[in-house]
Structure formats: structure tokens, C-alpha cells
Design a protein around this ligand. Structure first.
Ligand code: NAI
Length: 248
């Protein structure tokens, strides 16, 4: 049995990954500040054990405390770290405050660094450590009003390459996933602000070659693959999961 930590695992993509890991019998510690969602998720009846850890990943000590809880949960062992927490702030450049910028960078980028730092040794000791972070196709492009989102998601790709190099001698692989449009509560604010949400969605879907938004499960499959022995020779990479949106 493997032990995993999913940081930002209480809803959406993270919750789908938690369920998929538990389905294959893995133990999962879910670290999130969404207490209600996280507790309900770990109470689901699935083969793998699960525990919830309430933490704010925007704080300086939150990510490491979560990793420590996962190591305790795994009886000293940790095989997979999935850093999936992310927030999206969108507003005109002139309205951005230092606090907006700092919160986005803390949750989206600094938290991944701090969690990886805390987990590096137990992952090495497992002999088959895996770090996977959720970037975004937003790492590859940029849109008005979202400077911190694009900067942090692109930053994660640099972080992954640097950690892949440093942790390779210990057998730990480090990769990113770049989801495109995935149907989760994350995009609710975006859709609410469209003058005609139905039309906007139809227009988006018409530009996705596979003809639909992704589902959290579409992303979970890629994470399970990167966490599996089949991906042992893949490191420092990013995998786009977007129905072909950025390919055309
Ligand atoms: P979500 O909002 O359902 O999941 C984000 C999770 O992170 C939530 O459980 C939330 O409570 C947690 N979180 C946020 N801030 C936190 C904090 N300070 N401390 C602890 N937990 C915190 O949204 P979704 O879509 O599942 O997003 C997951 C990741 O996927 C994010 O990193 C997002 O940027 C990324 N992504 C999402 C896309 C989409 O279209 N839904 C597209 C590309 C990337």
C-alpha cells in the first residue's frame, strides 16, 4: 500500500484524485481549509484509508504541518505528494493590492515549494517518491486581469524542473499537470461574470477539439499515471490535459 498527501484535496480535481487513489487501495491524507468538504470526502466508504487535516496552505507553516500529518498517518512513510491547491483572482491591474498578489503566490506557488521541501526526505526514503503539482494551461498563456495566476502557474513549471534535478538522485520524480477547462466550482466566478453564460460556454466548447469541458476524473487519470511505477522514467515534465484546446 502507498501513502499519499493531496494538498487542496477537498473538492474538484483534488477530490477526484483522492477517490481514485483510495479506490486502488492507497491511504490518503487530505489537507485543505475546506473542513466540511474534506471531512465528508474522507468519510466516503472506499478501500483505501483516509484522514482530513485542516490547514491554510497560504501560511508559512501550513504546508509543512500538513506533510508532517501525512507522515504520521502513513506510519512514517510517504510515497506521493500531490500539490493541487490554487486560487484565481481576476481584476484590472490598477485594482491589485499587495495582499492579493501575496495570497495568490503563497497558495499557488510557495505552498508547493514548502510542501516539497518538507516531504523530500520521506519521499526519498520510500525509494519511489512522486511529486506532482497542478499547474494549468494558464502556465502557457496569459490573460488580462490574472497576472498572479499566470505567473504562479508558469512558476510551478520552473519549480518542477529544478526539483526534478535535485531529487532525481534519490529516485523521486517531479512533474506538473496542466489542466485546461475543467468543470469544477473553481470557474464559477468566471461563468457568473459572463453576460450570457450559456453562449460563452457554447463558444468555449466549440474551440475544444474533443467537444466538451474536462471532468475532474479526466485529470485524475493523469495524476494516477504519474504516481504509478509506469511513470518511473518521467521527471521534470508537464502534461497538458485540455481536450486539445491548446493544440490547435
Ligand atoms: P477547487 O476550488 O474545487 O479546488 C481547489 C482546492 O484548493 C479546494 O479544495 C480549496 O479549498 C483548496 N484551497 C484553496 N486555497 C487553500 C488554502 N489557502 N489552504 C488550503 N486549501 C486551499 O478547484 P479545482 O478546479 O479542482 O482546482 C484545483 C487546481 O486545478 C487548482 O490549482 C487550479 O488552479 C487548477 N486548475 C483548474 C482548472 C479548472 O478549469 N477547474 C484549470 C487548470 C488548472
Amino acid at each position: 500500500m502507498s501513502t499519499a498527501i493531496v494538498l487542496g484535496g477537498a473538492s474538484g480535481i483534488g477530490a477526484a484524485v483522492v477517490r481514485a487513489l483510495r479506490q486502488q487501495g492507497d491511504g490518503v491524507l487530505v489537507a485543505d481549509h475546506n473542513v466540511r468538504g474534506g471531512k465528508a470526502l474522507v468519510d466516503e466508504q472506499l478501500p483505501g484509508r483516509a484522514e482530513f487535516f485542516d490547514c491554510d496552505l497560504a501560511t508559512a507553516d501550513g504546508p509543512a504541518l500538513a506533510v508532517e500529518a501525512a507522515i504520521r498517518f502513513g506510519g512514517g512513510k510517504l510515497h506521493t505528494l500531490f500539490y493541487n491547491a490554487g486560487i484565481l483572482t481576476a481584476k484590472p491591474l490598477a485594482e491589485w493590492t499587495l495582499a492579493d498578489w501575496d495570497r495568490s503566490t503563497a497558495v499557488n506557488l510557495r505552498g508547493a515549494f514548502l510542501a516539497a521541501q518538507a516531504a523530500a526526505e520521506p519521499l526519498r526514503a520510500s525509494g519511489r517518491g512522486r511529486i506532482i503539482v497542478t499547474a494549468s494551461t494558464g502556465a502557457l498563456r496569459g490573460h488580462a486581469g490574472m497576472p498572479a495566476y499566470h505567473a504562479t502557474k508558469a512558476g510551478l513549471l520552473g519549480l518542477v524542473r529544478a526539483l526534478a534535478d535535485e531529487l532525481a538522485p534519490g529516485g523521486t520524480t517531479v512533474n506538473a499537470i496542466c489542466p485546461g477547462w475543467i468543470d469544477t466550482p473553481f470557474n464559477d466566478t468566471f461563468w457568473e461574470h459572463q453576460t450570457n453564460p450559456k453562449e460563452a460556454l457554447a463558444s468555449l466548447v466549440s474551440r475544444i477539439p474533443l467537444g466538451r469541458q474536462g471532468a475532474p476524473l479526466d485529470v485524475a487519470g493523469a495524476v494516477l499515471f504519474l504516481a504509478s511505477p509506469a511513470a518511473a522514467y518521467i521527471t521534470g515534465q508537464s502534461l497538458v490535459i485540455d481536450g486539445g484546446y491548446t493544440a490547435v
